[in-house]
Design a protein around this ligand. Structure first.
Ligand code: PAF
Length: 278
């Protein structure tokens, strides 16, 4: 396994390689990342996994500081998976000290998670563009747990004409439904027991949307109050069009319900995508 730490080294190593499959990560690898890698392995042997905890996408210094850093363990997982190339640059190598160029994302980037984490998706877009430019993959894999991120990356690739296929991979869950996330390890024992409540509420909301017994506002308000009463601090629980991420128009069939909520000091996100009628 080639572990590459600088962009120059990366460019030299990948020169002449074809059909590159790329899995971008911030490390602390779990089964969700492993699923992305397994899917990448099905389409190419030339897999690049990046590990970079991107400061540009954290809007709280504390959150950035507390983000789990487990490079040694991550590398041994990747070795086990027989990954040929790992790109783990330093901040100095991949970021410019000025970083004045910003990608203008569609308005939806300032809604949902973007509303509560201002600038987050601009930070994601910047690093993803840098990685795409350096690695020049043919195909890249992203988790559907970060539904809004995946949506915006598809827009980015389309509007900036990157010749890259973007593949969304289903969320991997623990036995109790909790979506796998690097943040789960930061939960206290008591909060870990409560954490599946977020997905439970998304499921309960889905049933009500399908049954059409209440308005979307009522469904959202009820789930929000259930979680708040149970000790969560909810940023949003929102029923949206899976196509546009906007509020569903009349008779919209493809729906996604997205949620973000904090337990203790750990912010979790999740979503559930479905059709009202098959
Ligand atoms: O989803 C993530 O882990 C990050 O947002 C990404 C895509 C690696 C960019 O830093």
């Amino acid at each position: 396994m080639d572990v590459i730490h600088t962009q120059n080294q990366l460019i030299q190593t990948l020169k002449g390689l074809t059909h590159i499959a790329f899995v971008p990560t911030m490390g602390n690898l779990h089964e969700g990342h492993i699923k992305l890698i397994q899917e990448a392995s099905k389409v190419s042997r030339n897999i690049v996994v990046s590990i970079f905890i991107n400061p540009l996408q954290f809007n709280s210094k504390e959150d950035f500081k507390n983000y789990p850093r487990t490079l040694k363990e991550d590398l041994s997982i990747l070795k086990e998976l027989d990954i040929p190339f790992v790109f783990a640059p330093s901040e100095e190598d991949i970021l410019d000290s000025l970083e004045t160029i910003e990608i203008k994302l569609p308005g939806i980037a300032n809604d949902l998670c973007g509303k509560f984490r201002p600038g987050h998706f601009n930070g994601v877009a910047t690093i993803v563009c840098k990685l795409f430019n350096l690695i020049q993959p043919d195909i890249a894999f992203f988790g559907k747990k970060d539904f809004q991120q995946l949506f915006l990356i598809k827009v980015l690739v389309k509007q900036l004409n990157y010749p890259i296929e973007i593949v969304g991979i289903d969320t991997v869950r623990d036995h109790d439904g909790l979506a796998k996330s690097s943040r789960n390890n930061l939960l206290s024992q008591e909060d870990r027991k409560k954490a599946p409540q977020l997905f439970e509420q998304l499921n309960a909301m889905k049933e009500k949307v399908i049954q059409k017994t209440s308005s979307f506002n009522e469904i959202e308000a009820h789930a929000l109050s259930v979680l708040n009463t149970s000790g969560w601090s909810v940023d949003y629980l929102s029923i949206r069009s899976a196509q546009s991420l906007e509020n569903p128009v009349h008779d919209e069939n493809q729906i996604v319900i997205l949620g973000a909520a904090t337990l203790g000091s750990v912010r979790l996100i999740d979503n559930i995508e479905f059709c009202i009628q098959d």
